[in-house]
Design a protein. Structure first.
Length: 111
């Protein structure tokens, strides 16, 4: 079930996520995030990989994720928000973009 909600300025969530994803894919994974772990022990690079799969699937499915993928996206975003050490600089911007995509997708699918 696709859920492509309109944003201000005529953009849709799918448009914005697609744009953010294209920017994100062009980035190198920041060194400052390589050795960070979420409180549950999951490494940030692993969470990044899981979230990337969910975002790519959302785009490929034109705005749809199944229940399992939604749960993975939600859990990974929660874990990244729970980091004990807050990254700075490139790491902070990298995570902010990833979390923005997760938030947009969740809001669209909840609409």
């Amino acid at each position: 079930m696709g859920a492509d909600v309109a944003l201000s300025g005529g953009w849709s969530v799918l448009d914005e996520v697609t744009t953010l994803w294209a920017e994100h894919r062009g980035l190198t994974f920041p060194d400052s995030l390589r050795w960070l772990e979420a409180p549950n022990g999951d490494a940030v690079p692993l969470l990044d990989t899981f979230m990337a799969g969910c975002v790519a699937t959302y785009i490929a499915n034109r705005g749809a994720l199944d229940a399992e993928q939604r749960g993975i996206l939600r859990d990974c975003a929660h874990d990244l928000r729970s980091l004990r050490r807050r990254p700075r600089g490139d790491g902070a911007r990298y995570l902010a973009r990833l979390l923005r995509m997760a938030d947009l997708i969740e809001q669209a699918l909840d609409a």
